[in-house]
Design a protein around this ligand. Structure first.
Ligand code: KG4
Ligand code: ZN
Length: 350
């Protein structure tokens, strides 16, 4: 739960982590996630609103994509809150939130204005894509054809018996490993395509783990072999993610390069992006670490900007979607003809 000032300054940013609740199950348990939301939301809302003496004039909520039960709890809560207090409501796709997160600060500063165009990488557990963002909206120019980057990190960690989510653990272990130690495939798609692929790399990494029976690794006692392997795997994931960047920079001449989503917390990715920016003479803007993974501040900011562009969401019609509904303008919708695909939450250009 977050509260932002009109200039995008983050005034309150509260997080109720569910990691401990799900940890015994080795992954997220959907039903548990909904119940935890139900328990946490009223408490967080009371604290957040009290922290700004009740001065709230807009409610923003993410409508998806994600776990449908948890989303519905959030959406109904926000709709009821807005309705009850007579406040305007804005539904936001969570990717819109990631795209604005690099412009936020957690040190009491206003949000930065975005120059045009911005070249933006979004890399999370569910998405890996490159966008070019202008005043017209966000146009997607590259996306993964199979797994997301974070998903491949999580699956490899899971195969090794490491805790969920795997990304942060791999990040820590890889920092003490040699990224050149283990050769792993870095598949390219045919025809000079800018799209991304992680499944071949993930499968090869899981095979490597199983061939060596490294299926119950403990972070505290991980061997140099494990650390070298994870550094090599992480290096390959980062290389795959960044491969389209030089071509996209040449084509779109961005004024700024950003990265967001949980994987943008990764130490190696952040270093590589900084180096890339230096090589290409381009400013790189990364979100504060705490705003890389899913958070309410980015949803509030995206909602605030969408509201200024005229988006209004009727609290009686607000719905959540587990699937990807919002499509950047310029892309054809992949899902058509279903209720989920209709833009009833008013998705509009970012
Ligand atoms: O954006 P996010 O919180 O949720 C989704 O939208 O999916 O991203 C979660 C993903 C997980 O796959 C997690 O393993 C990954 O972000 N992640 C990281 C790091 N921190 C979180 N991956 C690599 N290095 C990290 N430090
Ligand atoms: Zn996310």
């Amino acid at each position: 739960m977050a509260v932002l000032a009109a200039d995008g300054c983050v005034e309150v940013n509260l997080l109720s982590s569910q990691v401990a609740a799900h940890a015994p199950y080795g992954g997220v348990v959907p039903e548990l996630a909904s119940r935890e939301h139900l328990r946490a939301l009223p408490l967080l809302a009371r604290r957040a609103v009290a922290a700004v003496d009740g001065a709230v004039d807009l409610v923003a909520v993410t409508t998806g994509p994600g776990l449908i039960g948890a989303l519905l709890v959030g959406v109904r809560f926000a709709a009821a809150y807005a309705w009850g207090r007579g406040l305007p409501l804005v539904g936001v796709d969570h990717l819109e939130g990631h795209l604005v997160s690099p412009f936020l600060s957690l040190e009491g500063r206003p949000a930065r204005d975005a120059p045009e165009p911005v070249l933006a990488l979004v890399a999370s557990g569910g998405h890996s894509a490159w966008f070019v963002v202008t005043a017209d909206g966000a146009h997607r120019h590259s996306r993964t054809r199979d797994d997301a980057a974070g998903e491949s990190l999580d699956k490899v960690a899971q195969a090794m018996g490491l805790p969920y989510p795997g990304g942060p653990v791999i990040d820590r272990l890889a920092q003490r490993g040699d990224p050149t130690a283990v050769a792993l495939p870095r598949p390219r798609l045919d025809g000079g395509d800018l799209d991304l692929s992680f499944s071949g790399l993930k499968s090869a990494a899981i095979r490597w783990v199983r061939d060596r029976s490294l299926t119950s690794v403990d972070e505290a006692t991980a061997s140099p072999e494990v650390r070298d392997f994870l550094a090599s795997f992480e290096d390959a994931v980062v290389e795959q993610l960044l491969r389209p960047a030089p071509e996209l920079v040449a084509r779109h001449r961005p004024a700024l390069l950003t990265a967001s989503g949980g994987v943008a917390a990764n130490t190696r990715l952040r270093q590589r992006l900084t180096e890339l920016g230096r090589d290409l003479g381009l400013e790189v803007l990364l979100p504060p670490l705490a705003l890389t993974t899913d958070n309410a501040a980015m949803i509030a900011r995206a909602g605030q900007l969408a509201h200024r562009r005229g988006r209004r969401t009727d609290p009686r019609r607000l719905d959540a979607s587990a699937r990807e509904v919002w499509q950047p303008p310029g892309m054809r919708r992949r899902v058509t003809g279903s209720a989920d695909a209709s833009p009833r939450n008013g998705p509009d250009p970012v």
